[in-house]
Design a protein around this ligand. Structure first.
Ligand SMILES: [Fe+2]
Length: 224
């Protein structure tokens, strides 16, 4: 993706989030220099912040996702079973913009439709070796009520509805009708290691630096 395109998507996304009455934390608006500074060491270490991705495929409108990680705990806490075991993201899934089929080994996540269009989620159960089970039905909790679909079946979350996806459950999603404001509440998140995609794609965008970044992406500082 071009950096100029990422800058535009961040500005549009921020306006969309505000239009739904939600405001991001202060560090969302820090300059790249400030995010690289000592004061932001925990922000960088936990992978907090902007995350605009086309999954390395170069077609953001068709396949991509806007994410902002607002909080993220520590894997060490998760291993200990106490402490900051949780994470939260704000996301925008645009109308008919695919977040491709994937699963997580470690992360359990609630995907919540906070407003806008419907969010449609396609589901498969995992096989014993973690592959896609093309035949088994899938049952997922949705706001305290189990819903069950055929392999590859879809659930539709209208504004206010959510689904809980346990580790291993394969899922892909997109918005229908309008762009959708989505929140994710999960266990500790590590996007460097905990996304297994069905297709051979990447998790982060490859960035072409055609202009200066207005905001850094998590992928700009996750490993440094
Ligand atoms: Fe996921």
């Amino acid at each position: 993706m071009k950096r100029s395109e990422i800058n535009d998507i961040i500005a549009e996304g921020d306006a969309f989030i505000r239009s739904h009455g939600m405001i991001l934390p202060p560090f969302a608006y820090w300059t790249p220099e400030r995010i690289r500074g000592r004061e932001a060491s925990l922000i960088r270490a936990r992978g907090l912040g902007w995350d605009i991705t086309d999954y390395g495929d170069g077609r953001f409108e068709e396949m991509g996702l806007f994410l902002f990680t607002t909080r993220n705990g520590a894997l060490a806490d998760l291993r200990q079973g106490r402490g900051m075991l949780y994470a939260e993201k704000v996301m925008i899934s645009r109308e008919n913009q695919l977040s491709p089929m994937h699963r997580h080994d470690l992360k359990a996540e609630d995907i919540i439709n906070r407003g806008g269009g419907d969010l449609v989620i396609e589901l498969f159960a995992p096989t014993a070796d973690g592959g896609i089970d093309e035949t088994a039905r899938v049952a997922v909790p949705c706001d305290g009520v189990m819903r069950e679909v055929d392999a590859g079946g879809r659930i539709r979350l209208t504004p206010g509805e959510s689904v809980t996806l346990m580790p291993g459950i394969w899922h892909a999603f997109w918005a229908e009708g309008k762009d959708c404001l989505v929140c994710e509440v999960s266990t500790v998140n590590d996007d460097r290691t905990d996304n297994v995609f069905r297709e051979p794609i990447g998790r982060f965008a490859e960035v072409e630096e055609d202009s200066a970044p207005t905001r850094l992406l998590v992928s700009d500082y996750l490993d440094g």
